[in-house]
Design a protein around this ligand. Sequence first.
Ligand code: IYR
Length: 222
Amino acid sequence: MKDPDFIPLEGFIDYSEPEMRERSSTFLNNIKRRRTVRDFSSEPIPNEVIQNCILAAGSAPSGANMQPWHFVAVKSSEIKQQIREGAEIEEREFYTRRASEEWLDALSHLGTDEHKPFLETAPWLIVVFAQKHTVDPDGSKRKHYYMSESVGIACGMLITALHNAGLATLTHTPSPMKFLNEILDRPVHEKPYMIIVAGKPAEGVCVPNISKKSLDEISTIL
Ligand code: IYR
């Protein structure tokens, strides 16, 4: 057991109430412009931008601060091609056999199918792995608590950081995703969690005509 080690909180900014109103509203207007796109420009995006966004994701809270994630940022055309091939094999199965009619019906308004050209066109694929446990240098293992919640929060922060940096994203989850461990040479205790496709949107891209639920629908104040 370790003794707790506390240091003074640094960096917290004590905004006034008008500042809080202004900042929350500005952020809302900014994040509301985020849209998932499925057509990307191949314009290259610097490593530094992606690495800053990954560091932003890595600042997420996690169960016992175990940070149960690993982000593989892929820009290599060869590896993107392998990922596309692997994903399309699974997606073909999904669309022709695995998915129920009900599921396909729920997806129909998005216009998705088994073809995933964006996996090669987009400049970056960020493959997020969730680690079931830590492997210490002596080979011993420590369980990660709230792995899925922690990685979900980090993914949300990654998407937000990418949007803030001026990039469009697509959360892509071919299922099953085991093929990603092989292609990216990640150990078996790491579970592929999602692929976050990132880049500039293709010129003239269209997105589904959908809306978000209202405040009343998603919240209650008691
Ligand atoms: N993984 C498939 C199907 C799919 C599932 C859901 I739930 C979506 O919101 C979108 C797609 C695909 O990527 O096509």
